[in-house]
Design a protein around this ligand. Structure first.
Ligand code: NAI
Length: 256
């Protein structure tokens, strides 16, 4: 059986993924803010170090899969700290454990929102690995009344980070597929407040059109994550795989 670590495992997509992997017989190490096998706040340097240290203790230093799912969608700098820098710290920090695993794989949860308008300053700072500058750029966006750009920017940055990192010696060179899954709108505690309010619901429906089956359940995302982290995936790497009921095709259908 495989040993997989899932962040954000207490709720939504992370919870559904951890449950599916367990049902398939894998050993799952669940990480989240306040419960699970590892409690760590991935917005902080201490929490990120704690995640890696505890994972090492619990696994004897070997992991077969990592799923970086923890994320938030606030209109503030926390969103870039968790969604980009927390995810990068998870993947980079656990890479030595993956290197010691068997048929290791990694997935990060991005978002279809990465194709929406972004703030280039946030994305550039995030890709440069400069958290102080990315946080400052996020605060500047909020101050100009463009707080909504922080989430799309955090997801655009992590998707581009995946595409760049996947083909380096660290990942492809070490034989580790690394991909992003980009969900459309999934009904979870993260989106429920937006969907419950008729005014914001209309905005969500307009910005993320989902002609196939409409809004999704977390259980519809989990099998894709599970496959990308399975032994069967020997060739897919550096991809941002949209699981979005057609939203990306509607929004960007003329690009290939
Ligand atoms: P959720 O709110 O149900 O679950 C997110 C989990 O991450 C929670 O258990 C939360 O405690 C944890 N988390 C948040 N901040 C953390 C921190 N600082 N340290 C450690 N853990 C932390 O949300 P959902 O919807 O399951 O989202 C999971 C991922 O999917 C996120 O990255 C989100 O951006 C992404 N996503 C969600 C979509 C949706 O429509 N629900 C669409 C596209 C992407």
């Amino acid at each position: 059986s495989r040993t997989c670590l899932v962040t954000g495992a207490s709720s939504g997509i992370g919870h559904a993924t951890a449950s599916l992997l367990r049902r398939r017989g894998d050993t799952v190490i669940a990480a989240d803010l306040a419960d699970g096998d590892i409690r760590a706040d991935l917005s902080t340097a201490e929490g990120r170090a704690e995640l890696v240290a505890r994972a090492r203790d619990l696994t004897g230093g070997r992991l077969d899969a990592v799923v970086a799912c923890a994320g938030v969608a606030h209109f503030d700098a926390l969103t870039v700290k968790v969604n980009h820098f927390g995810a990068v710290a998870t993947l980079d920090g656990l890479r030595p454990l993956l290197a010691a695993g068997s048929d290791p794989r990694a997935v990060v949860v991005g978002s279809v929102d990465s194709v929406h308008p972004t703030d280039p300053a946030i994305v550039a700072a995030a890709l440069a690995g400069d958290e102080t500058a990315a946080v400052a750029a996020a605060r500047a966006a909020v101050d100009r009344g463009e707080g909504h750009l922080v989430y799309s920017s955090s997801k655009a940055a992590i998707s581009r980070w995946v595409r760049r990192a996947a083909v380096t010696d660290d990942w492809a060179g070490a034989g580790v597929p690394l991909n992003a899954v980009a969900p459309g709108v999934v009904v979870t505690p993260l989106t429920r407040p937006l969907l419950d309010d008729p005014e914001t619901r209309v905005l969500v429906e307009r910005s993320v059109p989902m002609p196939l089956h409409g809004h999704a359940r977390p259980e519809q995302i989990a099998p894709l994550i599970a496959w990308l982290t399975s032994r069967e995936n020997t060739l897919v790497t550096g991809q941002v795989v949209f699981a979005d009921g057609g939203a990306d095709a509607v929004l960007r259908g003329d690009t290939t």
